[in-house]
Design a protein around this ligand. Structure first.
Ligand code: BV8
Length: 248
């Protein structure tokens, strides 16, 4: 891992444009449960079973119970070293873009600039029936929520978590911003199992566009055989080491 770390660090040092794609693994050290790793999610459900509009239509209270459990967990979590290093890179240069699949908002709380949130935020709600008077989303940080399921503030109908569920399309503006960011010198994928699309496609785009690609993850993923350098270990430690070697 040693020379891979040095190779990646020198590539980052020389890079003008850096893009980092993050997944649940960057929040694991903060205590936020990942989706598929050990100590993962809730009861006997897989995320693909609950994070869908069909599940919500069938049982909005069950789906909200899951999101309330996550909101409660996340409310007591704080950004870790991985979030802090990435936030400082984004503050140092606007050509360092952080693109996240995470909905916990820990990158936001760490002060990340220009963050692209591909899957929305667990701290935002939207109207389940998309009523005309509601904005696309609104923020609601109540833990616990006043009622389950919460009501739409604008039509008193049911509100849903303002996240992108499986089978739902991402916001085209976010996809365009993420694709734009794949034109870079270094593309780093950090803490993601690299199986959820279209997020998992961006490392391939970056490679095709000539970026030096690297992965930092606890375990091998489908991206490991695509990237130029795969470093297996904890993101909070490895990003901290890189930042130290950069003199940050
Ligand atoms: C779409 C928000 C077009 C909700 C999430 C059939 C029908 C319909 C669609 C599909 C289909 N087959 C495939 C698809 C596409 C589907 C998909 O990719 N499915 C997968 C399961 C195969 N994608 C979609 O549906 C997307 N939309 O395609 O629209 C469309 C429209 C209609 C019909 C067809 C297509 C929408 C995808 C978004 C889903 N929403 N989240 C919520 O959060 O509740 S995805 C969810 O998974 C999270 O956002 C999460 O970010 C994402 C990926 O998970 P990871 O972040 O990677 O987390 P995971 O736990 O998996 O891995 C963590 C990794 O970190 C592990 O490897 C672990 O080892 C590592 N780690 C742990 N600790 C550390 C660490 N690494 C470093 N340091 C540590 N300390």
């Amino acid at each position: 891992m040693h020379d891979a770390l040095h190779q990646l660090t020198s590539r980052i040092r020389d890079a003008r444009r850096i893009t980092v794609m993050t997944g649940a693994g960057v929040s694991a050290a903060s205590g936020v449960p990942t989706f598929r790793g050990p100590g993962g999610l809730w009861r006997q459900y897989r995320p693909e079973e609950l994070a869908t509009a069909q599940a919500f239509a069938r049982d909005p209270s069950l789906v909200w119970e899951w999101y309330e459990w996550r909101r409660e967990r996340i409310a007591s979590c704080t950004p870790n070293r991985a979030h802090e290093v990435l936030a400082s890179w984004s503050q140092r240069s606007s050509s360092c873009r952080i693109v996240t699949q995470n909905v916990d908002d820990l990158h936001v709380r760490a002060g990340t600039r220009g963050l692209v949130r591909l899957h929305g935020s667990i701290w935002e709600l939207s109207c389940w029936r998309r009523c005309a008077s509601a904005p696309r989303t609104w923020r609601d940080e109540h833990v616990p929520l006043p009622e389950r399921p919460p009501r739409c503030r604008f039509c008193d109908g049911v509100a849903r978590p303002a996240v992108v569920w499986f089978g739902e399309s991402l916001d085209p503006a976010d996809v365009a911003a993420a694709h734009d960011a794949t034109s870079c010198d270094v593309f780093l994928t950090v803490g993601t199992s690299a199986i959820v699309y279209p997020a998992a496609a961006f490392v391939h785009d970056a490679k095709q566009r000539g970026a030096f690609t690297a992965e930092i993850n606890l375990e091998p993923t489908p991206a490991s055989s695509v990237v130029d350098v795969a470093i297996h270990g904890p993101a909070e430690e490895i990003l901290g080491n890189i930042e130290a070697m950069l003199g940050g």
